[in-house]
Design a protein around this ligand. Structure first.
Ligand SMILES: [Zn+2]
Ligand SMILES: [Zn+2]
Length: 141
């Protein structure tokens, strides 16, 4: 079996073993040269991709602060994302409780069961949302 070195183009005979099967260069020198070139290409590609990344100024969906967004980020920080998710969860919980009252089936709700939450959700969303938030804090959710 003969091969052509990927770096210098010379024909070489890889040793007839598993290692030889994967050999693409005639020598260690050629291999490291080829590897360096490969790395350089990879780096160039990466830089090109970075340059193409769209950078836009957006307003954070949570705090409305201006921030530099790459990709499709909509929150300025992890903290804002967390708050937004919490709010979403609170809202979902509220909607669920408005429809079903207290449910023992759901893990979260059964955890909430021994809590300060009343059987029926408060009609005022602000009050209810604060109660749920306190509960989430208490349960470390
Ligand atoms: Zn070579
Ligand atoms: Zn924000």
């Amino acid at each position: 079996m003969i091969r052509r070195c990927r770096w210098c183009g010379q024909i070489f005979h890889p040793p007839p073993n598993k290692k030889g099967n994967n050999m693409q260069y005639c020598s260690n020198t050629c291999r490291s040269m080829g590897y360096k070139k490969h790395q350089k290409q990879a780096r160039q590609q990466y830089q090109k991709r970075r340059a193409n990344t769209k950078i836009t100024i957006k307003n954070c969906k949570w705090c409305n602060k201006e921030f530099i967004s790459t990709h499709s980020k909509v929150y300025c920080s992890k903290q804002c994302k967390k708050y937004a998710l919490q709010e979403q969860y609170t809202r979902a919980t509220y909607n669920y409780r408005s429809r079903h009252g207290r449910s023992e089936k759901d893990l979260y709700f059964s955890n909430l069961g021994n809590s300060n939450l009343r059987q029926k959700p408060d009609t005022d969303f602000q009050v209810e949302s604060q109660l749920i938030k306190n509960e989430l804090k208490r349960l470390h959710l």
